[in-house]
Design a protein around this ligand. Structure first.
Ligand code: FAD
Length: 628
């Protein structure tokens, strides 16, 4: 028997990585928000690797923090190891990666949610959407509770018609034997959303005391860790190491001998899996020339003996998994605590979404996270914060916030999804971003904190700190531009670092442009009159050393923005535009891009089609202007 259980501004379905960000953003922007989720003990649960960050993913976490989201702060409080990757390469690919205490991560996020004034948490399984005249008005739970709202954000991850597969065994389930969300999947389809079947997988977990670490290579964290949040100042003491080992010839033989029992190859798995996160059986088949594959043993937390076997994601039968594990150096006597598995689930075809993540077919319904065809905690959280922001702005009657491809990896991610779609779980990579020199780990605040402040997610005090940092950066760059040093003051240092000697007085900025000279050397030559933080001096160094490349990318961005500004009217009828290719007409009609920029990124739409469209729009605007 259904009953009315309350009205809110925003309802968020699912307390995963997307849902937590969406709910916190909407509540912090002043909306009465309800977070409803299957199990309140599984808030921000990490069903797979106990880590946050890495290339492109780490950038997204910085961007979420710069906008005023929570993931960065949460991992900075709960990490057990922090490492900056790719430090030998340029700043565009420097990426922070943290090993999380996954249980503490959950508890800390839940606490933050419970303490958020305008946010209410409820446990419940959502089974139906309430949709009237094409507008989403609320949800109905398994217990018959009807909750109403002006906007609903669905972030159900890998739970929609979830099915777990381990060898010959298959059963309906969410991750970790949680309840699956079967009826909601039907409700989404009934209301006109097209769904696809995807899959992902996870490796076994093993007991710490059964590992022989002497046969593995220690992987420690950074001595002086950096952080995801621009606000974090304190380290978490006592980092824990990870351990490296490899598969062996015997491992590969066990897998090859049992491929007939592998659901991946027996056809038992219907869903499409992520190419960039393959199972071990997939790796053995696809890269059969490789004699061994890396295996990282990662602790899942400080107060647990569970270790995650990174690199061994599998859906092989349980007995085979045990043989595989025991063929790996260090794991010969291993005790398997949890069996690896694959999970199939329904996802929404993301080309049905506007760049705001609102669905095109149902007004006031937003979706975010794995449900949109992505894979990864960070990709989910990045979408979650944007969906939460835009659900709140919809309720507040304000325009949606859409980040373009030059403002953030979040912009790249969402634009790829809604404009190009995806045929497998989409994972962010630095190679997906054309302006990656602008989208660095270190400058996310300069790109996004002003937006976070404008929408009310970044509070006054933090914004003042940010402005002060920018002021100090600009002042120091100016000082280096205008301060000259004499040869006598610096010659010895130049010789000691094998940098060319100078004959005349030279500006500090010219010296810093030399590859062999760092800001540390500049400080030795001419210390700043005021103490500057590492964050400020890092910015000074990067902005000066990469100025040429950055300027080149900024010119390209100007071109992008010009194309993004050329808006396409909602009521355009592509089928009536003479000269555009049929395939392009079909793609344009399906995606209904908001701008010429977005239209030009749709696969199947050629530059010739775009030129014709531009001419058509010019004529359209002239007629409009003539009508006054
Ligand atoms: C087995 C497995 C392996 C994975 N492997 C990888 C990997 O190798 N690499 C990688 O990058 N990512 C991997 N992932 C994906 C990663 O876990 C997800 O990308 C991430 O958790 C997605 O976050 P989300 O917020 O979209 O969804 P989730 O974290 O799945 O959260 C969804 C939330 O919604 C709730 N919910 C669902 N349906 C309902 C409903 N009807 N009513 C109320 N609440 C509901 C759930 O209880 C849950 O709290 C894996 C996931 C799984 C399950």
């Amino acid at each position: 028997m259904n009953y009315d259980a309350g009205s809110y501004d925003v309802i968020v379905v699912g307390a995963g990585h997307a849902g937590c960000e969406a709910a916190l953003a909407a509540a912090r922007m002043g909306c009465e928000t309800l977070m409803i989720t299957i199990n309140l003990d599984m808030v921000a649960f990490m069903p797979c690797n106990p880590s946050i960050g890495g290339p492109a993913k780490g950038h997204v976490v910085r961007e979420i923090d710069a906008l005023g989201g929570e993931m960065g702060r949460n991992i900075d409080r709960t990490y057990i190891q922090m490492r900056m990757l790719n430090t030998a390469k340029g700043p565009a690919v420097h990426a922070l990666r943290a090993q999380a205490d996954k249980f503490l991560y959950q508890h800390t996020m839940k606490q933050t949610m419970e303490n958020e004034p305008k946010l209410s948490l409820r446990q419940g399984l959502v089974e139906e959407l309430i949709v009237e005249d094409g507008i989403c008005k609320g949800i109905i739970t398994k217990t018959g509770a009807r909750y109403f709202a002006k906007a609903v954000v669905v972030t159900t991850g890998t739970y929609l018609r979830g099915k777990i597969i381990m060898g010959e065994l298959m059963y309906e389930s969410g991750p970790n034997n949680q309840q699956p969300a079967v009826k909601l999947s039907h409700s989404l389809r009934e209301h006109g959303l097209e769904l696809v079947r995807f899959k992902t997988g996870t490796p076994p977990r093993v007991h710490k005391d059964s590992i022989d670490f002497s046969q593995t290579v220690i992987q420690p964290g950074d001595e002086k860790p950096k952080f995801f949040s621009f606000e974090t100042t304190e380290e978490v003491p006592n980092q824990l190491p990870c351990w490296l080992t490899y598969t062996t010839e015997e491992t590969h033989k066990i897998i090859t001998d049992n491929l007939h029992r592998a659901p991946m190859f027996s056809g038992a798995i219907e869903g499409t899996g992520p190419r960039y996160c393959p199972s071990i059986e997939d790796k053995i088949v696809r890269f059969n020339d490789k004699p061994k594959h890396q295996i990282f043993l990662e602790p899942e937390g400080r107060n647990t003996s569970e270790y995650y076997v990174q690199g061994l994601s599998t859906s092989m039968p349980e007995d085979v998994q045990l043989d595989i594990l025991r063929s790996i150096p260090g794991l010969e006597k291993v005790e398997m605590m949890r069996t690896g598995y694959a999970i199939e689930y329904d996802a929404v075809v993301p080309t049905q979404l506007k760049p705001s993540l609102e669905t095109k077919v149902i007004d006031s319904l937003f979706t975010a996270g794995q449900i949109n065809g992505t894979s990864g905690y960070e990709e989910a959280a990045g979408q979650g914060v944007m969906a939460g922001i835009n659900a709140a702005r919809k309720v507040l009657g304000e325009e949606a916030i859409v980040l373009d491809r030059s403002e953030g990896y979040i912009g790249v991610l969402i634009d790829d999804l809604v404009t190009k779609g995806t045929t497998e779980p989409y994972r962010l990579l630095t190679s997906r971003a054309e302006y990656r020199l602008l989208l660095r780990h270190d400058n996310a605040d300069q790109r996004l904190t002003p937006i976070g402040y404008k929408i009310g997610l970044i509070k006054e005090a933090r914004y003042e700190r940010f402005l002060e940092k920018v002021r100090l950066i600009n002042e120091e760059i100016q000082r280096l531009e205008t301060t000259k040093v004499k040869p006598s003051e610096i010659q010895e240092l130049l010789i000691s670092i094998e940098s060319a000697e100078v004959n005349n007085a030279i500006e500090l900025i010219a010296l810093l442009r030399r590859p062999e000279i760092s800001y540390r050397h500049i400080h030795m030559m001419s210390p700043s009159p005021i103490a500057l933080s590492d964050e400020v001096t890092e910015q000074v160094e990067i902005q000066i050393k990469y100025a040429g490349y950055i300027d080149k990318q900024l010119i390209q961005v100007e071109r992008l923005r010009k194309m993004e500004k050329k808006k396409i009217p909602d009521d355009i009828r592509y089928n009536e535009i003479y000269g555009i290719a049929t395939e392009a007409k079909q793609r344009l009609e399906k995606i209904r891009p908001l701008s010429i920029g977005q239209a030009s990124r749709i696969s199947g739409v050629t530059p010739a089609d775009i030129s014709i469209l531009l001419v058509h729009l010019e004529h359209y605007n002239r007629v409009l202007a003539a009508r006054g």
